[in-house]
Design a protein around this ligand. Structure first.
Ligand code: ZN
Ligand code: ZN
Length: 77
């Protein structure tokens, strides 16, 4: 390992240590991420198939009945 590579690795480790941050939700150590892995895993995710307009779950990813009856004032969520 060259001195340049060692220096770069040292700088990277120092920056990671200096810039380490706490999770925005629970204040646990989250390294360089905004959320810790526990909080990130706990967040709800969009279903596989959802309305392209409002993102509500729909059986085959088609536009939902609510958006068909009265389209929202936005194009997509
Ligand atoms: Zn957290
Ligand atoms: Zn919809």
């Amino acid at each position: 390992m060259s001195i340049l590579t060692q220096s770069a690795a040292f700088i990277a480790r120092s920056c990671a240590r200096l810039l380490a941050q706490d999770c925005l939700l629970c204040a646990a150590d989250s390294r360089s991420s905004l959320l810790c892995t526990a909080c990130a895993d706990d967040l709800p995710r969009l279903p596989a198939d959802y309305c392209p307009r409002c993102a509500l779950p729909t059986p085959a990813g088609e536009v939902c009945g609510r958006c068909l009856r009265q389209a929202p004032h936005y194009d997509a969520a």
